[in-house]
Design a protein around this ligand. Structure first.
Ligand code: 5GP
Length: 206
């Protein structure tokens, strides 16, 4: 599981899309949310848009791997698609906040890598939120106010990447994913392979 978090407007959604487009071995965990759909979003693609009582029912039935209230709305990761993908040996990408990250870490510590994306400056963060032009000025203000807390929480993440140059930022996240996949415990066949090499070396020396 690869978790990407950032304050709103740091470019994380674009990064997520680019990563998914270029890597067939990772799938996105599509979150459920009670937030209003933005004009550019599609239900079931960007989020599963739910009414509050539908969200509460999923949460109460234990169908969410994690959930949190973020900027006044509820967000959560449906458990079943994540567990199915992991069973099939596929990696899962999460675009979730720090509260959800703590919950996933607690549930499945060894299998999680966390990346925090920082914006290059406060000015850039604000202008990205305004350029998106899909949220009201009040919503934008609220998101900027929450950014400081989110950035402080980024200190607990495994990796940090500054999104000042999109191409470089994407390369860096890809490099993290590649290195995490190469960790010994994520390559179950490698121990047996190393043992075979040792055995063959022993025989060739006889
Ligand atoms: P947005 O409303 O801009 O799509 O997302 C707002 C924030 O909610 C982002 O920081 C995003 O990472 C976070 N978020 C989205 N889905 C989830 C989720 O399933 N769980 C948690 N904990 N946070 C989420």
């Amino acid at each position: 599981m690869l978790i990407l978090s950032s304050p709103s407007g740091a470019g994380k959604s674009t990064l997520t899309r680019a990563l998914l487009d270029t890597d067939p071995d990772i799938m996105l965990s599509i979150s459920a949310t009670t937030r209003q759909k933005r004009p550019s979003e599609a239900d079931g693609v960007h989020y599963h848009f739910l009414r509050q009582r539908e969200f509460d029912a999923m949460r109460d039935a234990g169908e969410l791997l994690e959930w949190a209230e973020v900027h006044g709305n509820c967000y959560g990761s449906p458990r079943e698609p994540v567990e199915r993908s992991l069973r099939e040996g596929r990696d899962v990408l999460f675009d979730i906040d720090w509260q959800g990250t703590l919950q996933v870490r607690q549930a499945m510590a060894a299998d999680v890598a966390t990346v925090f994306i920082l914006p290059p400056s406060v000015g850039e963060l604000r202008s990205r939120l305004e350029r998106r032009a899909e949220d009201t000025p009040e919503v934008i203000d609220r998101r900027l106010k929450n950014a400081a807390v989110e950035i402080e929480r980024g200190a607990g993440y495994d990796y940090v990447v500054i999104n000042d140059d999109f191409g470089r930022c994407l390369d860096e996240v890809r490099a993290i994913l590649k290195a995490e996949r190469l960790k010994r415990f994520r390559q179950p066949g490698v121990t047996a392979f190393a043992e075979t090499l040792v055995r063959e070396l022993g025989q060739s020396l006889l």
